[in-house]
Design a protein around this ligand. Structure first.
Ligand SMILES: Nc1ncnc2c1ncn2[C@@H]1O[C@H](COP(=O)(O)OP(=O)(O)OP(=O)(O)O)[C@@H](O)[C@H]1O
Ligand SMILES: [Mg+2]
Length: 249
C-alpha cells in the first residue's frame, strides 16, 4: 500500500515545553487512521505540525513520497519547509480543533474561504454544490451567519470547508468534541462516507476512542508527546491497556 503521510521522529516544542518527543507514524492512502490521546497529549500539536503551522525541532514529514517539512538546524537553509498554503495546494487540509469557522460570515462565505487556493470559479461552485449534497442542512442555512449554527452544524461546516480545497488527505481534530451522541454518530457516518465515496484519506484525532477506533483501519495512542501503542484498530479496541485508559472498561 502507498504511504500518503510519513512522519519521522518529529519533535515540536513551545519554549521549554517539549510537546512532541520523537513521534513517528504513517498513514496509507485510502485508509482512516486514528490518533487517540488524553488532554495535552500533543494531538493538536501534531496536526498543526503536519500542515506547517508549528515548526519542527527535529525529524521530518513526507507527503506522497515528497519531503514537505524538516527540522531546520542553524545554517541548514537547504532543508525543505513548505508554507501552509503550499502544503494545502499539495492536497492536505485540516478541520481544526474547535472547528475554526468564521462566525461573522455566512455558511456560503465560509465554504468559499475553504477554496481560497482554487482560482476556477466554476470549480468552486461545483464544489459548493457537492458539499450541499453531502450536508443538506448547509444548503438550507447557506445565508445564515455561521456563528448562529448549532454545534453539530458548525462541525459539518468545518468539515465541508476543509473539503473545499479538494484534499487527498483530510486531518480532523476532535470532530466529536462537545456534541450529543446522536450527532456524533451522524458526523462519524459522514467521515466514513467521505473516506469511501470521495476517495479522501483521513487522519482522525479523537478523545472519543471508541468511536474513532470503530471506524478506522489503524490506530495510534499518543501519551505526553510519545506514541505508546500502534495497531489495527480492532486490536486496539480489545487491548487491555486501551480498554482501561481510554474506553472506561
Ligand atoms: N501555543 C502553546 N504555547 C505553549 N504551550 C502549548 C501551546 N499549545 C500547546 N501547548 C502545550 O503543549 C502540550 C500539547 O498540547 P496539544 O494542544 O497539542 O494537546 P492535545 O492532545 O491536542 O490536547 P486536547 O485534547 O486538550 O486538545 C500541552 O502541554 C499544552 O499545554
Ligand atoms: Mg487538541
Amino acid at each position: 500500500m502507498t504511504k500518503i503521510l510519513e512522519i519521522n521522529n518529529i519533535h515540536v516544542s513551545y519554549g521549554n515545553i517539549e510537546a512532541l518527543k520523537g513521534v513517528s507514524l504513517s498513514v496509507n492512502e485510502g485508509e482512516i487512521v486514528s490518533l487517540i490521546g488524553a488532554n495535552g497529549a500533543g494531538k493538536s500539536t501534531l496536526l498543526k505540525a503536519i500542515v506547517g503551522l508549528e515548526p519542527l525541532k527535529g525529524g521530518s514529514i513526507k507527503y506522497a513520497g515528497e519531503e514537505i517539512l524538516s527540522a531546520t538546524g542553524s545554517g541548514k537553509a537547504s532543508k525543505k519547509n513548505l508554507r501552509p498554503d503550499v502544503i494545502m495546494t499539495k492536497g492536505i487540509s485540516m478541520a481544526p480543533e474547535g472547528r475554526g469557522i468564521f462566525a461573522e460570515m455566512t455558511v456560503l462565505e465560509n465554504l468559499e474561504m475553504g477554496a481560497f487556493i482554487i482560482r476556477d470559479k466554476n470549480l468552486i461552485n461545483r464544489n459548493i454544490e457537492e458539499k450541499y449534497e453531502m450536508f443538506p442542512i448547509l444548503r438550507d442555512r447557506r445565508k445564515q451567519l455561521a456563528g448562529s449554527l448549532s454545534g453539530g452544524e458548525q462541525q459539518m461546516l468545518s468539515i465541508a470547508r476543509a473539503l473545499m480545497s479538494k484534499p487527498k488527505l483530510l486531518l480532523l481534530d476532535e470532530p466529536a468534541l462537545g456534541l450529543a451522541p446522536i450527532i456524533i454518530q451522524n458526523i462519524f457516518d459522514i467521515v466514513v462516507k467521505i473516506s469511501k465515496e470521495e476517495n479522501v484519506t483521513i487522519f482522525l484525532v479523537e478523545q472519543n476512542a471508541k468511536m474513532a477506533l470503530s471506524i478506522s483501519n489503524k490506530g495510534y495512542v499518543l501519551e505526553t508527546g510519545k506514541i505508546i501503542l500502534e495497531n489495527d484498530s480492532d486490536k486496539l479496541l480489545s487491548d487491555p491497556k486501551v480498554k482501561a485508559a481510554y474506553l472506561g472498561e
